[in-house]
Design a protein around this ligand. Structure first.
Ligand code: 13P
Length: 254
């Protein structure tokens, strides 16, 4: 690993999957990581549904595997029925929170400004914000990928962002859950652009050290190729994070 390369992060986003019984799968992951021939060369995180965060927190204790939430409200508390604050996630065992996932941007019409406020809320609570960006299939076919990613990045990045409290996840919407991934050259181009923009927005050192994850149909069979791309500092994994065996297969790319 090059000296200046940030330590990679492989994070699993369980989305709306996981009842209490999922604890078993997480326990297999803990066992798999502990029993690996060599210590994984990446940070490992699972973002389960908030309903089982506390339960998962007991399961990962002492394993080095960290937990994250999948979304948070911008406020710390108040009259917001059904919402969860970053402080609540932290209290339940989270160390990070995904914000601005495309499924939330689409299903809940979240704007980049809301995403930025959520990222700031995560920082206020002492959580790392994993800020998701990515173009739709239409935006890609009309050649707008770089423009969209640049706009989302600038508008979603918290004022309080630094390389310790912020991770960027590039997830092309059309690659999520489809089995399709961009070419190596396309990913290198977008991640290189995000790196350049992070350096412009956060300064040389912070911009260079901020992790940029790739997400969208990452699986054990393509993890090594994807994770070897310049400026890819890990992965945000959906479907393949639900099974310990698959997720372990991705982690071992490091
Ligand atoms: P898949 O890995 O299932 O494509 O999902 C990616 C994702 O949306 C992670 O946040």
């Amino acid at each position: 690993m090059a000296v200046n390369r940030p330590k990679p992060l492989v994070a699993g986003n369980w989305k709306m999957n996981g009842l209490k019984a999922a604890k078993k799968e997480l326990a297999s992951l803990v066992k798999g990581v502990a029993g690996a021939k060599s210590k994984p060369g990446c940070d490992i995180m699972i973002c389960p549904p908030a309903t089982i965060l506390s339960l998962c927190s007991d399961t990962v204790k002492g394993s080095g595997i960290k937990l994250g939430g999948q979304d948070c409200h911008a406020e710390a508390s108040g009259a917001h029925t059904g919402d969860l604050s970053a402080e609540m996630l932290k209290n339940a065992g989270a160390r990070a929170c995904i914000v601005g996932h495309s499924e939330r941007r689409t299903d809940h019409c979240e704007s980049s400004l809301e995403v930025k406020l959520k990222a700031e809320a995560a920082h206020r609570a002492g959580l790392m914000a994993i800020i998701c960006l990515g173009e739709t299939a239409d935006e890609r076919s009309s050649g707008k990928t770089i423009k969209i990613v640049g706009q989302q990045l600038k508008a979603s990045l918290a004022e309080s962002a630094n390389h310790k409290n912020t991770v960027i996840a590039y997830e092309p919407v059309w690659a999520i859950g489809t089995g399709n991934t961009p070419t190596v050259a396309d990913i290198a181009k977008v991640h290189g652009y995000i790196r350049k923009r992070l350096i412009a927005l956060l300064g040389d050192e912070t911009g260079a050290k901020t992790r940029i994850l790739y997400g969208g149909s990452v699986k054990p069979s393509n993890a090594k190729e994807l994770m070897d791309i310049d400026n890819v500092n890990g992965a945000l994994v959906g479907g393949a994070s639900l099974k310990a065996k698959d997720f372990l297969g991705i982690i071992t790319a490091y």
